[in-house]
Design a protein around this ligand. Structure first.
Ligand SMILES: NC(=O)c1ccc[n+]([C@@H]2O[C@H](COP(=O)([O-])OP(=O)(O)OC[C@H]3O[C@@H](n4cnc5c(N)ncnc54)[C@H](OP(=O)(O)O)[C@@H]3O)[C@@H](O)[C@H]2O)c1
Length: 456
């Protein structure tokens, strides 16, 4: 096998390859201009496999139709051990890359150049920048395709498209979850429409860039784990909040075992007494209600008012406030009075008939769980020293919050309310419904898999 290696970090690989009897040319470092025709000619004439760390050169190689190239972008393959792994990576390329650009490994599957390569029929494996060689090796597999709901422009529900995307590959501290159920939450339609405008500052001014697959929460089974994962094993059933990376509206989602919660989310074993659908409805509403009620510091026998008691956050808010020892009053419309009572509220106020702020009753805690009551109105209903919290504000999640919810669910103290269910291909209808702002609890999206063989 003749191999051309282009970068100085491949020293260990070069030594190992030569030791194994391969004919290796090592340029040490690549000349500045990757578009230099002489270099391209040289590569064309000599290399069986080009291994490059240079995205531009890799791109050019594909575009110019250089023969029999696999392109792998690995970092830090400088030790003999890593070199040995490199041989195996290259051997796989040699065995499986019969045509130009058949394989491409990179760290940015969403980049323009990667998409173009995929469109040209190349196989894409994702190698994260700091992936171990072992992980990199796992990535060199045939391109696996799965389904996901992708949006490439802000707007109404019909910007959502069910598309084929690359199956994610877990990094060393990731689990790969086969998603069975997810939800459409308020945050999903807000992000789809970029409402409020600040969503654009996070996700791209003119079109979605950082997040193109929505979905905040999921439940499913672990299909693969990275080598550093400790808390989970293959086959475990989990539920998760995906954090601001979203991405749950897909057949597969990689999740980090631990890390900064807003960024990587939270994952825990699924409550044993819940279905995937029931469990998928827990994380966003449950974690949010728990965090805000903790912020409010409920004490035993506190009078607690939950405004918007029939939404996802509100239904969990009623149950959790009661669990924390509060005497709970829920505020909702006529149609939801029975629901809120069934969740354990001691008193229910129908906001279409009565204004909680003018009833002459006061509370130790007022939690606006839907963000529709003004702070001034809520504060009018507070006792001296009372606390007001609102979903319009922010509250901190803790690493064990999802485990706490799981324990409460298994103890029969908490349940999720499901309003409607939609299959993944009808997710636009689910968005339309949720955006009206009157869902009761949660709207589930079921995710299909062909379980007879390949998942997609
Ligand atoms: N800050 C955070 O970290 C955080 C996290 C999660 C969610 N959120 C926010 O929390 C809010 C609630 O989300 P959600 O998923 O629970 O529910 P949602 O879909 O926003 O609201 C649905 C519920 O709100 C009730 N509702 C609508 N208008 C109301 C009003 N004027 N007064 C009282 N209730 C009213 C509806 O009941 P009726 O049909 O009876 O009116 C319905 O049950 C969203 O704005 C979301 O963006 C914030």
């Amino acid at each position: 096998m003749r191999v051309l290696l282009d970068s100085c970090v491949w020293g260990g690989a070069v030594a190992a390859l030569r030791e194994a009897g391969h004919d290796v040319e090592w340029t040490g470092s690549w000349p500045a201009d990757p578009g230099d025709e002489r270099i391209l000619e040289h590569v064309r004439a000599t290399a069986r496999i080009l291994v490059t760390l240079d995205e531009d050169f890799g791109e050019l190689a594909i575009v110019r139709g250089l023969p029999h190239f696999g392109i792998v972008r690995l970092v830090n393959l400088s030790s003999p051990k890593q070199g040995a792994i490199c041989i195996e990576v290259l051997a796989r390329f040699a065995a499986r890359a019969p045509t130009n650009g058949d394989y491409h490994c990179g760290s940015r599957p969403d980049s323009y150049s990667s998409r173009r390569r995929i469109a040209r029929g190349s196989t894409f494996g994702i190698v994260r920048r700091h992936a171990s060689p072992e992980t990199a090796l796992r990535c060199v597999t045939r391109r696996a395709i799965v389904k996901a709901v992708v949006y490439r422009q802000y707007g109404p529900p019909d910007v959502l498209r069910l598309e084929e995307v690359d199956k994610p590959v877990p990094a060393d501290d990731d689990i790969l979850v086969k998603v069975r159920a997810t939800t459409v939450a308020a945050g999903d339609w807000r992000m789809r429409k970029a409402d409020p405008f600040a969503a654009r500052l996070y996700n791209g001014l003119f079109r979605p860039r950082k997040v193109t697959i929505l979905g905040f929460e999921l439940a499913g089974e672990i299909e693969a784990i990275g080598k550093d994962v400790r808390r989970f094993k293959n086959g475990d059933r989990v539920f998760a909040f995906t954090g601001f990376g979203f991405g749950a509206h897909a057949q597969y989602r990689c999740l980090r075992e631990s890390g900064k919660i807003t960024k990587v989310g939270l994952v825990a074993h699924k409550p044993t007494n819940m279905s995937f659908e029931q469990a998928a409805a827990v994380p966003v509403g449950g974690l949010t209600a728990q965090a805000f009620l903790r912020k409010a510091g409920i004490r035993a026998d506190d009078q607690v008012l939950i405004y918007g008691a029939s939404g996802s956050v509100g239904t969990f808010g009623v149950q959790l406030a009661k669990h924390f020892g509060g005497r709970v009053t829920g505020v909702c419309s006529t149609a939801n009075v029975a629901l809120v009572e069934s969740l354990g509220a001691h008193d229910v106020i129908d906001y279409t008939k009565d204004d909680f702020a003018k009833r002459g009753r006061s509370y130790d805690v007022v939690f606006d769980a839907v963000g529709r009551a003004s702070a001034a109105r809520c504060k009018r209903a507070l006792r001296r020293g009372g606390r007001f919290v609102s979903v319009e504000g922010s509250a901190k999640l803790r690493a064990d919050d999802l485990d706490t919810l799981k324990a409460l669910i298994e103890a029969g103290k908490l349940t999720s309310v499901i309003d409607r269910k939609y299959p993944l291909e009808q997710i636009a209808d689910a968005h339309l419904y949720v955006e009206r702002g009157h869902k009761k609890g949660n709207v589930i999206v079921t995710v299909p898999h062909d379980d007879r063989g390949q998942s997609a």
